[in-house]
Ligand binder design. Sequence first.
Ligand code: NOJ
Length: 444
Amino acid sequence: MYSSDFGKDFLWGVATAAAQIEGAASVYGKGPSIWDTFSKKPGKIKKGHKPDEACDFYHRYEQDIAMVKTLGFKVFRMSIAWSRIFPLGGGTVNAEGVAFYHEVIDECLKNDLIPMVTLYHWDLPEALSKEGGWTAYGINNAFNEYALFCAKEYGDKVKQWIVINEPFGFTSLGYMLGVHAPGLTGVTNFFEAALHTAIAQADGAKILRAEVNQAVIGTAFSCSEIVPYSHSDQDVMIAKRTDILMNRFFLEPALGLGFPTGNWDVLEKFAISYSTWRHQSRMAFDFDFIGIQNYFPLVIKYNAFIPVVQAWEVKAKSRKVPHTAMGWEINADSFYRIIKQFATYPQVKNIMITENGAAFHDKLIDGKIEDGERVDYFKAYLAAMLKAKNEGINITGYLAWTLMDNFEWAEGYQARFGLVHNDFKTQQRTIKQSGYWWQEFLSK
Ligand code: NOJ
């Protein structure tokens, strides 16, 4: 299998995010983001790691972009740190931050790479979080100001856009479970954040459509095939609910279908108390592509003691199935099935795999990293994607997560997903075996 099996127009790339690679978190006029403040609170990030320096991409972007080129990719997916443009979330612009993204984008173009820009990859300006962040009604005006600014500023050079990265990811982890920034908990926070995020997702897309000539606009959803642990009615029912939350909850409003409720009282109450139907058309957009980010399936069991969702994840480890260093099940067939699930919506015109990859315990030995497990992971997942594509699903591209080891949110720097190893003390980059494997795969 080589890249040419996917057709010559297929877009191959690597995905990154600002807070995970840039560093320079509190300099050059950048305002703090929620991840800067969250990481300073004790016990929130493993080993007390902070995104302050990360991969120092801010100072090393030329070398890193050259590496993307060397590996043979066509697309460089990056995100803009909102608080580097608007240190306070809105109003005064930080010219130095604006110039930085011009430089990065220009560097991509110089290297003949397509820059793909995510507007929001989880690093909300702290100033906005103080006013309630995604739970507050005012967030939509602030987001639209930011989206409009980026569209006008970079729209001549950037044609590929992703509005929001994993709306379910950051609203559930950051506003319901409190394990990601800003660390809020509870169903009410989650629902408020969800509604405003679903609105922002379509608002941002509409702004890009109006401002950017020939824009290709997508948004990126996390997804996981949900498998009931047993055939019992309760396990089947709870798996359905989990599927609604994890796979349908943000996708369906974007497609114009409104928030799904699935006869589930919790979601029905949400729909009623926020009259979500009133926002149905505002949350909808005719996306050029739907981004899918898949890492693992979930096996779900009913558990009455878990509040609200009553779903319990039966971990890959305890089921003794292959898994990554994160404990995430490796299962390429489930990747194939979730692609098919998303493709069943007639409103989904094109699918792009905007993230997929794996963390392993990579070891640098004699200046080399033999990460055969990661190579096998990619081979299996790419074969599954090819199968779906050959069955007629419009898959337009695939972006590997991620270029280099980086700040993996609450996991800190220990979880290594990169095709390139990074030594966080010296910032020395070393291409892994998987990076060379990609180079070969993309060469034909
Ligand atoms: C989802 C997120 O978009 C990305 O930021 C994260 O690092 C990867 N998946 C791996 O967890």
